[in-house]
Design a protein around this ligand. Structure first.
Ligand SMILES: *Cc1c(COP(=O)(O)O)cnc(C)c1O
Length: 375
C-alpha cells in the first residue's frame, strides 16, 4: 500500500460490528469480561479500541512493529525516556526541541540519567561522545529553527555497531515524508499536536517501535505511567491523518514559493529551508526524505525589524506551535528559545532577527503578498 492509500486504509479503518467507515469513539473506561481474564479490552488505560485504531494506523505509517498514543508529545518523549535507568547515558541532537531539553536537563537529571548534546550532523562528534554507559542516540532532523539535517542511515550504522538504541523525533517531516525506521531507527516519535493533528485543535504524542521487545517495554511503561491519549483526541488524530498526505503536498508547494520569495527579498539576509540546494544537508535530506516540509526561518536583520514584521502580517498568526492549516509565525529569540542566553543563541546561529514560519494551506500568493507588505 502506498502512503496516500495507507492514510485512508491503514490501521483499523472501519468498525467491524456496524460497518461504520469512521471508527467509533469508545468513551468506555472499562469492559465486561466473558469470565475472569477472558477479554479483548480490560481497562482503558491499558487499551481502548479508539486509541488502538490510531496506534495501529501510526504503526503502519511508520513501518514499525507497534504504535502508542500519549497525551502530548512531551508525554510520549517522557515515556520513551523511561526506557533508561540511573547511570545510563543518552546522546541528543544539540538543538533538540526546547521541551525535550528541559525534560532531560531538569527532570531526568534527578534520576541521574546522563545526557550529552552534540551536533548530530557531525558523525565524528557523535562517535566521540559515546561513553561506556551510552545507551541511545536521540536525533531530531530537520531541527528547529535552523533546520539542521542529520544523516539517519549513518547514525543508524553507528548506533548498531555500538549496540545503541536510535530514537528519532520525526515531528517536522511527518510519516508522509520521512520514515526513520526504514533507515534503521528503533523508535520514532511525534508531537502529533503539529502536522499529524494538523488543525491546531488537539495536543497529542505518538511513538512507534520496531521490535517485539521494545513493544513490550513501551506498553509496560505506557500502562504504568498512564500518560495515555483519550478516545476523543485519538479520533481527532485519525481524522487528521486522513488528509495528512494531501496537506503535506499542498504545504510543500506553498513553502517552496514562500522560500523563493524570501530568498529574493533585499531585506532578508538569510533563509533557512532544506529545499534549497545550498542548504547544509540538502543532499542528505533529499536522500532520506520525500519532501522538505513547511518550516522556513529567515533573518529580517534585527530584533526590532522582526517584531515589526510580526506585528504587520495578517495571514500569519503570531503563535507558538507549527504544522497547522493556518500559517504561523514566531520569533525564536523571544519565544521558543528565550531561555537560552543570548551569547549561546548567537553561537547556535539564532540571530535576534530570526523569524520562523510554519507555512499553512492559504493561497501562496496571499502569503507572499502578506510578507511583502510586512517587510
Ligand atoms: C512540539 C514539539 C514537541 C512537544 O510536543 P507537545 O505535543 O507540545 O508536547 C516535541 N518535539 C518537537 C519537534 C515539537 O515540535
Amino acid at each position: 500500500m502506498r502512503k496516500k492509500t495507507q492514510m485512508i486504509h491503514g490501521g483499523i479503518s472501519r468498525d467491524e460490528h456496524t460497518g461504520a467507515v469512521s471508527i467509533p469513539v469508545h468513551h468506555a473506561s472499562t469492559f465486561k469480561q466473558d469470565g475472569v481474564g477472558n477479554f479483548v479490552y480490560e481497562y482503558a488505560r491499558t487499551g481502548n479500541p479508539t486509541r488502538h485504531a490510531l496506534e495501529e494506523l501510526i504503526k503502519d505509517l511508520e513501518g514499525g512493529y507497534r504504535g502508542f498514543a500519549f497525551g502530548s508529545g512531551m508525554a510520549a518523549i517522557s515515556s520513551v525516556m523511561h526506557l533508561f535507568s540511573t547511570g545510563d547515558h543518552v546522546i541528543f541532537t544539540d538543538d533538540v526541541y526546547g521541551g525535550s531539553y528541559r525534560l532531560v536537563t531538569k527532570v531526568l537529571k534527578k534520576y541521574k540519567i546522563e545526557v550529552t548534546f552534540v551536533d548530530t550532523s557531525d558523525l565524528a562528534a557523535v562517535e566521540a561522545a559515546i561513553q561506556e554507559n551510552t545507551k541511545a542516540i536521540y536525533v531530531e532532523t530537520p531541527t528547529n529553527p535552523l533546520l539542521k539535517i542529520t544523516d539517519l542511515a549513518e547514525i543508524s550504522k553507528l548506533a548498531k555497531s555500538k549496540n545503541l538504541l536510535m530514537i528519532v523525533d520525526n515531528t517536522f517531516s511527518t510519516p508522509y515524508w520521512q520514515n526513520p525506521i526504514e533507515l534503521g531507527a528503533d523508535i520514532v516519535l511525534h508531537s502529533a499536536t503539529k502536522y499529524i493533528g494538523g488543525h491546531s485543535d488537539v495536543v497529542a504524542g505518538l511513538v512507534v517501535v520496531n521490535s517485539e521487545q521494545l513493544a513490550e517495554d513501551m506498553h509496560f511503561i505506557q500502562n504504568s505511567i498512564g500518560a495515555v491519549l483519550g478516545p476523543q483526541d485519538s479520533w481527532l488524530l485519525i481524522r487528521g491523518i486522513r488528509t495528512l498526505a494531501i496537506r503535506m503536498e499542498e504545504i510543500e508547494e506553498n513553502a517552496k514559493r514562500v522560500a523563493d520569495f524570501l530568498a529574493d527579498h533585499p531585506q532578508v539576509s538569510k533563509v533557512y529551508y532544506p529545499g534549497f540546494r545550498d542548504h547544509k544537508g540538502h543532499e542528505i535530506h533529499s536522500k532520506q526524505a520525500r519532501g522538505f516540509g513547511g518550516m522556513i526561518s529567515f533573518d529580517a536583520g534585527s530584533g526590532e525589524k522582526a517584531e515589526e514584521v510580526l506585528k504587520k502580517v495578517k495571514y500569519f498568526t503570531l503563535a507558538e506551535s507549527l504544522g497547522a492549516v493556518e500559517s504561523l509565525i514566531s520569533l525564536p529569540a523571544k519565544m521558543t528559545h528565550a531561555s537560552i542566553p543570548r551569547e549561546r543563541r548567537l553561537e547556535l546561529g539564532i540571530a535576534d532577527g530570526l523569524i520562523r514560519i510554519s507555512v499553512g494551506l492559504e493561497d501562496a500568493a496571499d502569503l507572499i503578498e502578506d510578507l511583502q507588505s510586512a517587510l
